[in-house]
Design a protein around this ligand. Structure first.
Ligand code: DSN
Length: 418
């Protein structure tokens, strides 16, 4: 931060404080990760300054010789990694990617069937607060009241009644695998497109740790900074037949110039994701989530779906007489960072909610193992059993800080795997 410290000491101080926060706290936010240093380097490189519009070989500004190669590299690596016919690496985010997919093959007002947000879906899947809901006519499927898993019979029934032009599978808060073959069969029965939003699980899919939706879907979207462990941004995978429509829907349809530095970070993580260390890490992320789920269950916590198949555990705190919001605050005071989460059929107010969502990608990335996961489960339980006990929260914070110091993220020349 040499130049930043000179130009803007106040901002440099904040970056330093954020670095310290990262080092000293346990990151259990399921939508985050620690990325390799090389990702930070390429995101902060001169590539940031190049304006590009259009696609490699067809640009609207001169000087694109090298950035064309960067984007082509990202596209080719993305195709190989995910076995996809078409890749678009320009979306600024997962929401931008989803919007572009909707607009590529649908008209405003067309019907889309997606998972309800309180049951695991995402804002950009037609939530009333999202612009997606004003552009398209959404209906939402929910999860089974007992198992909390997707009820494919209900999805099928709704698809036949609602007759959507597109079905969206994929979630931001769903700890189980989705049966893509079933979703594709249902979409086929009603002649709907199938979009799978794999934002949360892309890294697990890239490592072949869980099944890929690519063979079953017309479109797959994801972000590159969650389990994927790369820089910020979104990606679209599709069949080649949608290439022209998708390219147009991103540029000029919904975006202007795109961020070459972030496209380069996508190229980089697609390369790193082919390394054996990456696969080991993604398997470890899943194993950690399973262990955490088992240990919290043993301590009497009720988990949504009763467990996990991926990187996240969703805990229903209703029986513990503590809201998700209070749990989030108390845990943060103790150095454990996660987010409150709405759960299916949540009885709490939207601000308080009844759940918390726990992700294990970042603890795996900084090298924590099974014994640390067990410590984390104990610490979570201690805090949630006495959220107003400030001396206890201080004690836990000390334990967290001490444990974190043995697993540096970026200090002492370290860099998260791979
Ligand atoms: N989709 C949001 C989440 O899952 O928390 C942010 O990426």
């Amino acid at each position: 931060m040499h130049y930043l410290s000179k130009d803007d000491p106040a901002l440099a101080r904040l970056v330093g404080q954020e670095e310290q926060r990262i080092e000293e706290t346990i990151n259990l936010i399921a939508a985050e990760n620690h990325c390799p240093r090389s990702i930070l380097e390429v995101m902060g490189s001169v590539l940031n300054c190049k304006t590009i519009e259009g696609y490699p070989g067809h640009r609207f500004h001169a000087g694109c010789k090298y950035v064309d190669e960067v984007e082509q590299l990202a596209i080719e690596r993305g195709k190989r990694l995910f076995n996809a016919e078409y890749v678009n690496v320009q979306p600024h985010s997962g929401t931008s990617a989803n919007l572009a997919v909707y607009f590529s093959v649908l008209k405003t007002g067309d019907r889309i069937l997606a998972m309800s947000l309180p049951h695991g879906g995402h804002l950009s899947h037609g939530h009333q607060a999202s612009i997606t809901s004003t552009c398209f006519n959404f209906a939402h499927y929910s999860v089974d009241p007992q198992s909390h898993q997707i009820d494919y019979d209900q999805v099928r029934q709704m698809a036949h009644q609602f007759n959507p032009k597109m079905i969206v599978a994929g979630a931001s808060s769903y700890p189980r695998l989705i049966d893509y073959a079933q979703m594709a069969a249902i979409a086929g029965e009603v002649s709907a497109f199938l979009l799978v939003d794999m934002a949360h699980i892309a890294g697990l899919v890239a490592a072949r740790a869980i099944p890929s939706p690519v063979p079953y879907s017309d479109f797959v979207t994801f972000t590159t900074y969650k389990t994927m462990m790369g820089g910020r941004g979104g990606v679209i995978l599709a069949r080649e037949e949608y290439k022209k429509k998708l390219n147009k829907a991103i540029f000029p349809g919904s975006q202007g110039t795109s961020a070459v530095n972030l496209i380069a970070a996508k190229a980089l993580i697609f390369k790193l994701a082919t390394q054996p260390e990456y696969a080991v890490l993604q398997h470890k992320t899943i194993a950690h989530a399973r262990l955490l789920a088992e240990q919290l269950t043993e301590k009497g916590y009720r988990l949504i779906t009763g467990g996990t198949d991926n990187h996240q555990v969703v805990v229903d705190l209703a029986a513990k007489s503590i809201s998700g919001s209070k749990a989030e605050t108390a845990l943060e005071q103790a150095g454990i960072v996660l987010n409150r989460n709405v759960i299916p059929r949540d009885a709490e107010t939207p601000g308080q909610v009844s759940g918390i969502r726990i992700g294990t990608a970042a603890v795996a990335a900084r090298g924590m193992g099974e014994s640390e996961v067990s410590v984390i489960a104990n610490l979570i339980d201690q805090v949630l059993s006495a959220p107003d006990n400030m001396p206890l929260l201080e004690e836990v914070k000390k334990t967290v800080k001490s444990m974190c110091s043995r697993f540096p993220v970026y200090t002492a020349g370290s860099s998260p795997v791979p």
